[in-house]
Design a protein around this ligand. Sequence first.
Ligand SMILES: [Zn+2]
Length: 115
Amino acid sequence: MLRRGLRKKCPVCGGGGLFTRWLRMKERCPTCGFTFEREEGTFLGAFVVNVAVTEFAMLIALVLGVALTLPDPPVLLLIVLGTLSAVVVPVFTYPFSRTVWSAVDLAMHPLDPTP
Ligand SMILES: [Zn+2]
């Protein structure tokens, strides 16, 4: 399920086409009909995943930027690149965080086989 989420696929059936635009997810899977937001606030977890990924990317960029330019790191350039990554990374990773979180949510709360 997590692998499907990392590829922006439905965690239940692996179907694609879950987004109408980069940041706009369909309510249901077009293949199997799985409802992604199973309860209100489901995607708060996706938001947390996205923030964690962004923070990690910024940390890696900062550490690499300082390590590669020692002993005289370009502070202003690093601030600009860090700020840019704080804007670009979450926009890029948000759809993945939603499908990954759908997979995590499904693993924590499996579908009920009884009607
Ligand atoms: Zn599906």
